[in-house]
Design a protein around this ligand. Structure first.
Ligand SMILES: Nc1ncnc2c1ncn2[C@@H]1O[C@H](COP(=O)(O)OP(=O)(O)O)[C@@H](O)[C@H]1O
Ligand SMILES: [Mg+2]
Length: 142
């Protein structure tokens, strides 16, 4: 289990990706798994930075853990929250079209991970929990 807390500064998005890559090395992931997981983390963290807070001092946490070959990534902010999660997760839905957002962040997370759960409350923040079966199980079991 690894817990990381950082400010909603765009510089930290790259750090979150690298920490995730380092964490999953033990699974001996192939290039595709590596890229998929890093992209999902990148989308979730970028959302916290771009949507949750209006300033770079907001706190974002990332928890990485795994059990029985299932990787679990939890990314959490205490920002503005999402009024309608179902709608927000629709492909091409964005509340920031003027900033050239594509509205595909949640779609990518869902495409690249096995499961994506979003818990959000307006004014309290958003938690994204993503899981994915990872690595060669035979290899891990020795
Ligand atoms: N952490 C968050 N806090 C507040 N709103 C969010 C958060 N993540 C996503 N959203 C909302 O969900 C919408 C869709 O997110 P996403 O699919 O990543 O598309 P995009 O980021 O391109 O707008 C965002 O436009 C925003 O309104
Ligand atoms: Mg996004």
């Amino acid at each position: 289990m690894l817990h990381l807390e950082f400010n909603s500064d765009s510089e930290n998005e790259g750090i979150a990706r690298i920490v995730t890559a380092a964490y999953i090395m033990k699974f001996d992931p192939d290039m595709e798994e590596m890229d998929d997981i890093k992209t999902a983390v990148s989308e979730a963290v970028t959302n916290c930075i771009v949507h949750a807070y209006h300033d770079p001092d907001g706190k974002i946490s990332m928890d990485l853990s795994d059990q029985n070959g299932i990787l679990r990534i939890e990314i959490k902010d205490q920002g503005i929250g999402i009024p309608d999660v179902k709608k927000a997760m629709e492909p091409m839905f964005t509340t920031k079209p003027e900033e050239e957002r594509t509205g595909m962040g949640f779609s990518f997370m869902e495409a690249f991970m096995d499961q994506v759960e979003v818990i959000s409350k307006q004014g309290e923040g958003t938690t994204v929990i993503m899981t994915k079966k990872i690595g060669d199980q035979d290899k891990l079991n020795g």
